[in-house]
Design a protein around this ligand. Structure first.
Ligand code: 3IO
Length: 336
């Protein structure tokens, strides 16, 4: 063996020992399971993949994230308990599906006039950090974002309240009172169940963000969108609090930094590429028609929506929660 290779060997040994001794945290690889109830190609799924890749990059490969999209590990409603029971380390689901479980956060899914997902996602992240709602007390919230405001997407055209009367429209839990206020008949279900419900005629349409026309192929059956933005859906990616507490500080730092970025990353992708791309595709390839309401009709719809926020405040305050302050703060943040 030449002196050269011996010195190389020694250097390798010294470096190897130094690395293991001085940086014990780095030697320990961490794998986190991350479950989501809908396909990877939908915008919350893209958000999950982006998060997983960034975590791996920013921890220099120390943290690996194994993703389970499409409900392969847990469905929408099982997600929260699945995280608590350790079926998954991280779970992404929609608080809007279950306003009873997320009473304060359900205030974000009221008709508050959000312009887009970028704005609503920023506001959601800020109010959650400020109010620290009790409903998340057993969780570490890793990321939050919203969809754009939902629109009615239907088999038959909806041009006025009369068209809507008794139409069976799917909505999230938070969307139910909105559809009912307009005189529609609301059916609550999670997004992956919608395509089949449309095909079998269980529902006549859905009130959801418009990218679902393409991402769930709904434009094959739903040929009309009514241009009246209603309520956003909220999403949260959570981890069990005790599991979070056990993570090394350097990993926590990376996840916290990334958490602060995810609302803007997801909002931009959803608003600029996802929704717009879907609308263009649906109009070009599926004969989608976008209907606008007359000013008079818009005013009628606005009037039906008006009491919803105040009713929510009264009901939420009655539960001992700061509903009034929560809405006031949302309105302040919307202006910024
Ligand atoms: C949603 C859930 C999974 C995948 C794509 C999605 N786009 C909007 C939602 C949330 C939802 O169910 C709704 O009606 O806003």
């Amino acid at each position: 063996m030449s002196t050269f290779s011996i010195s190389r060997l020694l250097r390798g040994l010294v470096l190897g020992v130094a690395a293991t001794v001085s940086l014990p945290a780095l030697s320990e690889e961490i794998t986190l399971k991350y479950a989501f109830f809908a396909p990877a190609g939908t915008f919350p799924g893209k958000q999950m993949t982006h998060w997983a890749e960034e975590v791996n990059k920013r921890t220099n490969g120390k943290v690996k994230v194994e993703t389970f999209p499409g409900g392969s590990l847990l469905g929408a409603r099982e997600m929260w308990d699945g995280v608590t029971m350790g079926v998954t380390d991280i779970g992404l689901s929609a608080p809007s599906y279950d306003p009873g479980r997320f009473p304060l956060t359900s205030g974000m899914a009221l008709p508050l006039g959000f312009e887009n997902a970028t704005e609503a996602s920023r506001v959601l992240w800020e109010v959650t950090n400020e109010f620290q709602p009790k409903e998340f007390e057993n969780f570490k919230v890793l990321a939050m974002f919203t969809s754009e405001p939902g629109h009615i997407q239907s088999k038959e055209p909806v041009r006025n309240l009369e068209d809507l009367a008794n139409m069976r429209l799917r909505a999230t839990g938070s969307g139910v009172p909105v559809i009912e206020a307009l005189g529609g008949s609301a059916v609550g279900m999670s997004m992956p169940d919608v395509p089949q419900a449309v095909q079998t005629g269980v529902i006549d349409g859905t009130m959801t963000s418009r990218e679902v026309l393409r991402d769930f192929r709904l434009a094959e059956n739903l040929k009309y969108v009514t241009e009246y933005p209603m309520v956003v859906s909220t999403f949260a990616a959570v981890m069990d609090k005790k599991k979070w507490d056990a993570l090394p500080d350097d990993v926590k730092k990376v996840l916290n930094e990334l958490g602060d970025e995810m609302h803007a990353w997801t909002g931009r992708y959803h608003d600029e590429e996802n929704v717009n791309g879907a609308l263009e595709w649906a109009q070009k390839e599926q004969g989608l028609t976008i209907l606008t309401l007359s000013d008079e009709e818009t005013a009628r719809w606005d009037a039906k929506m008006a009491p919803i926020v105040d009713e929510w405040i009264v009901a939420t305050e009655a539960k001992g929660l700061p509903g009034k302050k929560y809405i006031e703060r949302i309105k302040e943040l919307q202006k910024q």
